[in-house]
Write a protein that binds this ligand. Structure first.
Ligand code: TXA
Ligand code: MG
Length: 334
């Protein structure tokens, strides 16, 4: 065996992992697969390399990154202190789609945290990411590997087509299994709160903690780096009630729009008069897995308008609804 086989059957050679680790040591950028989305990684302790991430993404330097580490047992090396609930969540969910915000340890440069005294940390659950972290030995600061404000990549080809030569090395670990970003939990205090819903469900987190989490709605809290227009395709996204999706899509198409329509699972009609028609899967896991691919397909096929509805906001549906709302949110003027 020469490879480290991911679930999709894509084979990454050990020599690729070693080469990618060398690129990180040399201050370069590596796109790496995780179970959520692809990340654009740099040595978390190299401020110059971290700064390159921001310039490649076109991301304002005040927006903090996530530091990926190889295992829960090394958490203490990256943060000032680990309150009991944070320790419990780390042990139960890592490797996995959960990011913990904790007090920044001294080895984390302020460049990686957008100047904050807290740092976001997670252990990704992907064999290629874990192999790279192990070969590299340090922490990898990585935001999603897309340009600022656009849809996160869930395949290596998404990364290549969006960032191209700006990345020094792309590790192809196949399509991301989860498909939406990690859940971000502020665990600095005794009562953890959700800053961004994601791949780890609130229900699962609460089951482990044995009590409800505080959940900030996007209007209540200004999490750095989370603008309403994040996760947006180029096409305008309009959300309507599930039973109105087809009628609204057909009307807009008749009015001359190139409409992409996300037909809800409650509708059996897929013979819709629209430019691109996708059927939303009934399972939330399957929906999360497909969501960003749908949004990219609409752009690729030239849709100027997307009509969709929100899923029931429980389990992974919470993260999906959050991303759809943001995709439909007001665009930055610049
Ligand atoms: O699944 C994921 O989380 C993916 C993969 C690559 O790990 N990463 C990801 O990174 O989504 P990014 O940069 O696109 O989103 C990270 C978000 C920031 O936008 C910010 O909202 C939040 O994490 N964040 C990071 N550090 C923080 C901090 N110290 N306090 C509050 N929020 C923080
Ligand atoms: Mg992102």
């Amino acid at each position: 065996r020469h490879g480290n086989e991911s679930m999709s059957g894509v084979t990454v050679r050990i020599s690729d992992i070693e080469q990618a680790a060398e690129v990180l040591r040399g201050g370069g950028l590596v796109a790496l697969p995780t179970e959520t989305v692809y990340g654009l990684g740099a040595n978390a302790e190299d401020p110059v390399a971290v700064a390159r991430i921001f310039s490649v993404k076109g991301r304002p330097p005040s927006h903090p990154l996530i530091v990926h580490i190889g295992g829960a047992e090394s958490l203490e090396a990256w943060v000032e202190d680990v309150p009991a609930p944070a320790r419990e969540l780390a042990e139960r969910f890592w490797p996995g789609p959960l990011t913990l915000v904790l007090r920044r340890g001294r080895r984390v440069p302020l460049e990686a945290t957008g100047g904050l005294e807290t740092v976001a940390i997670r252990v990704p659950n992907h064999p290629v990411a874990l192999a790279l972290l192990s070969a590299f030995g340090g922490g990898i600061a990585a935001p999603s590997a897309n340009r600022f404000g656009s849809v996160s990549p869930t395949t290596a080809n998404h990364v290549r087509s969006e960032l191209g030569d700006a990345v020094d090395f792309v590790l192809d670990g196949g399509p991301c299994t989860v498909g939406v970003e990690s859940t971000i939990v502020d665990a600095t205090g005794e009562i953890p709160s959700v800053l961004r819903p994601g791949g780890a469900t609130r229900e699962d987190l609460e089951a482990v903690l044995g009590r409800p989490l505080a959940v900030h709605s996007t209007s209540q809290v200004r999490v750095p780096g989370q603008h309403p227009s994040h996760y947006a395709p180029k096409a305008r996204v309009v959300l309507v009630a599930p039973e109105k999706v087809i009628a609204e899509a057909e009307l807009a198409q008749e009015l001359g729009h190139q409409v992409g329509v996300m037909v809800p699972p409650t509708s059996s009609n897929t013979a819709v008069n629209a430019h691109v028609v996708v059927a939303v899967p009934g399972s939330m896991a399957a929906y999360a897995h497909e969501l960003y691919g749908f949004l990219r397909e609409f752009d690729q096929r030239g849709c100027d308008l997307v009509i969709a509805s929100l899923p029931v906001e429980e389990g992974l549906g919470l993260a999906i609804a959050n991303r759809l709302r943001r995709a439909a949110g007001p665009r930055a003027s610049a």
